[in-house]
Design a protein around this ligand. Structure first.
Ligand SMILES: Nc1nc2c(ncn2[C@@H]2O[C@H](COP(=O)(O)OP(=O)(O)OP(=O)(O)O)[C@@H](O)[C@H]2O)c(=O)[nH]1
Length: 447
């Protein structure tokens, strides 16, 4: 610094000497204020960037950079300013007035006023473009794409450290303004989220790594890993990380799964409604017809017996008239419950045939077996002693039974549909006979 106590001539000489040093130095000397605006600029700006100092003063270094570079360097510089620390070797790209890209290496020290307040930086820029060679436009384009890609991209070395990261990755990690290069991946992702050593072991063994899900801060990401190999030696030197936000797809998939589940429930309910009687919950006439057809066909195939029971409540009209239709409904539900309650084998099917009439299909049961079941059922209903004041006793039922013997059915020319019709007609005849015979009884036919 010039000595302010020297004679004016000596002081002037010292000032000129310093100006010459600045002018003949190969570096660009500058000062910026606390807002980063140039307050001093040596003549080198002209030769480095093609702008005279007068065109530089008042502007910021970022005004001379391509936008993406300005954003990147701006973030790095903001972190430095926040700590008000010296820095060196900050590499940045600038646009020369003639359109060329110029790579500068910037170093600086913070400046403080007499009261100790931070007032800006003083530093130098060195043109290192000749040292690194000119940047091909293709390289610049690729870098711009990398920087601006919406997918979070990063390169990781064999030690599990970030070599670089694009803006999306820095944003994803909430690290705006902080340098990520050189930081271990494990610092930001737990091993359960990204097992980098494990992945390297597998990549080194020639395995590929399937995309994996990564829930993070309430969002869902998909991580894609690729090995990076040394071109010449085919040696694993690192891996690329691509982290795509798939929250929306994840949400849609979940909604779809839920909708499918609701649909399956609705379908199950629909088919239940289509197959079951709404009043008693027993299988309805449609289900009965289908099952009887199938069982007759099976009876014919296997040569086994098949019995059919038709059950009709006695004096039910009187019951309805006396107790009301709703009480009649309740009575039907009670009888349905009785039919359901384990009187039959799992292969048996009790259905509401219509009105106050029920049917039970008894596969594999011969005539005496079916009669036995019917008697037990009749007795249980009697034992339930459901009051019926306008009938001789309580609620009772008449039952008609018909049985097909499989061996008879194997005769040619007897169609299954015909057999089912015959079986039904025979059981119905027997029911009629049970009614005629005085009700509360079982009548059995053998075809
Ligand atoms: N409460 C109620 N009653 C029904 C239902 N379906 C049919 N019924 C009644 O059942 C009665 C059947 O009467 P009928 O066919 O004359 O026979 P019944 O009075 O039982 O006389 P028998 O069968 O000869 O002993 C009718 O009054 C029908 O209205 C129903 O879902 N709920």
């Amino acid at each position: 610094m010039p000595n302010p106590h020297a004679s004016p001539e000596a002081y002037q000489r010292e000032i000129r000497r310093l100006q010459e040093i600045i002018a003949h130095n190969s570096d660009w000397l500058w000062e910026v204020d606390a807002q980063g605006r140039y307050t001093f600029c040596s003549a080198h700006s002209e030769q480095m960037l093609g702008y005279a100092p007068s065109a530089v003063l008042g502007r910021t270094p970022f005004d001379f950079m391509p936008p993406a570079e300005a954003e990147r360097v701006g973030a790095e510089f903001a972190a430095i300013v926040a700590q008000q620390r010296p820095f060196a070797g900050l590499i940045n790209r600038n646009l020369h007035a003639d359109g060329r890209l110029v790579v500068l290496e910037t170093s600086g020290i913070p400046l403080f006023g007499e009261d100790g307040r931070f007032v800006g930086y003083r530093g130098i820029d060195r043109d290192i473009t000749p040292a690194i060679g000119s940047l091909s436009p293709r390289m610049v384009q690729l870098e711009a794409l990398y920087a601006a890609a919406p997918v979070a991209l990063g390169l990781v070395d064999r030690e599990g450290r970030f070599v670089n990261a694009n803006r999306a990755l820095i944003r994803l990690l909430g690290l705006e303004g902080m340098p990520l290069a050189g930081q271990p991946v494990a610092r930001y992702f737990a091993v359960q989220q990204l097992d980098v050593p494990g992945m390297f072991t597998r990549l080194a063994a020639g395995e590929s790594i399937a995309d994996q899900a990564l829930p993070l801060n309430g969002r869902y990401y998909q991580v894609t890993i690729q090995a990076v190999r040394d071109d010449g030696l085919d040696q694993l030197i690192g891996m690329t990380l691509a982290i795509t936000d798939v929250t929306e797809q994840h949400r849609l998939r979940q909604e779809l799964a839920e909708a499918n589940q609701r649909m399956a429930l609705a379908n199950a309910r629909l088919s239940e409604l289509a197959d079951n009687d709404y009043l008693t919950g027993l299988p309805n006439r449609r289900r009965f017809d289908e099952t009887l057809q199938a069982e007759v066909a099976r009876c014919r195939r296997d040569g086994r017996a098949l019995s059919l029971m038709l059950l009709d409540i006695d004096f039910f009209k009187r019951y309805n008239d006396h107790y009301g239709h709703q009480a009649g409904d309740e009575c039907l539900r009670r009888l349905a419950q009785l039919l359901r309650n384990g009187l039959f084998r799992t292969s048996d099917l009790a259905c509401r045939y219509g009105g106050e009439e029920f049917a039970v299909i008894l596969p594999g049961l011969d005539s005496p077996g079916a009669e036995d079941v019917a008697e037990r059922l009749r007795e249980r209903l009697l034992a339930a002693a459901v009051p019926h004041e306008t009938a001789p006793t309580c609620i009772t039922a008449s039952i008609g039974i018909a049985t097909l013997n499989g061996s008879d059915l194997s005769q040619p020319g007897l169609a299954p549909a015909g057999s089912a019709t015959q079986l039904l007609a025979a059981a119905d005849r027997r029911l009629y006979m049970a009614k005629r015979g005085g009700r509360n009884q079982v009548s059995v036919a053998t075809l």
